[in-house]
Design a protein around this ligand. Structure first.
Ligand code: FPP
Length: 253
């Protein structure tokens, strides 16, 4: 492939119209491995390469927030050897990539029920989050043991407690107030959500935050994803007209 072709989408992207936040449901690692006659964990290992490609592509072009759904609350129901392998892969990857994150001024963040992670994984994650906390180029958020309904439920519990403690009153509340109680309170809502592997569902990911998000579903399996795919997703996003309930005429006038 010529470098001209490789840069096809990157060169078409309008840099003044980038999504600020891209969220990704990384799917298809298992099927990708099966296609090669390999165990599922082989797919996850190759999924890490795609994580690197996605992170580099987003940082290079100027995306400020990238959120990756790495492990859902439902994923705990997978065979225990796969869960263990994924947790070990996370420890290894985070440990190995923290220097690269530092060098590239990328802040690592995590959402989800982190206390349910094995202590080795949690400690490695906390170390990397602490080490990168002052980085400003991009925030890479890993959703780990994450479930959006659980996140919303926790938010309601905290709100109810604040109401009981007279820290908030009902007259001051509005739909935006809910955002302050979510784990993503410091992150803008994603303008773009990508899911790989041909599945067209959101699987309990960022349910509150994706009210106005543009979706891209691609048949490619996660380990097949490279930088140029990411540029093509951003380009596709830029061809959409985001109307937020208004008419096309209102948007363009
Ligand atoms: C979905 O494919 C993938 C996962 C549940 C795990 C994603 C994990 C990684 C890419 C590796 C580690 C990540 C980081 C952030 C370092 P699947 O197993 O559901 O595939 P299938 O649908 O084909 O079975």
């Amino acid at each position: 492939m010529s470098s001209l072709y490789q840069n096809k989408y990157k060169d078409l992207i309008e840099l003044n119209n980038l999504p600020e936040h891209i969220a990704v449901i990384m799917d298809g690692n298992g099927r990708w491995a099966k296609k090669q006659g390999k165990p599922r964990v082989f797919g996850h290992k190759n999924g890490v390469k795609a994580v690197r490609e996605a992170t580099e592509a987003c940082a290079e072009i100027g995306i400020k927030y990238l959120t990756l759904y790495a492990f859902s609350t439902e994923n705990w129901n997978r065979p225990s050897f796969e869960v263990t392998a994924l947790m070990e892969l996370l420890v290894l990857t985070i440990g190995r990539e923290v220097k690269t994150l530092q060098k590239n001024n990328i802040r690592l963040n995590a959402i989800g029920n982190l206390s349910s992670l094995p202590s080795k994984t949690r400690i490695e994650l906390e170390k990397a989050i602490e080490a990168t906390k002052n980085n400003t180029r991009m925030t890479l958020t890993l959703a780990l043991s994450y479930g959006s309904r659980e996140e919303i439920f926790e938010a309601f519990l905290k709100m109810a407690q604040d109401f009981k403690d007279e820290k908030i009153n009902l007259q001051e509340l509005n739909p935006e107030s809910i955002k302050n109680y979510l784990q993503t309170s410091q992150i803008p809502d994603p303008e773009l959500l990508i899911r790989t592997s041909g599945e067209c569902r959101v699987s309990n990911f960022l349910l509150w935050q994706i009210a106005y998000t543009e979706f891209i579903f691609t048949d490619k399996l996660w380990p097949e994803i490279g930088k140029e795919d990411f540029y093509s997703f951003i380009y596709q996003y830029q061809q959409r007209e985001r109307r937020f309930g208004k008419t096309s005429e209102q948007i363009n006038s």
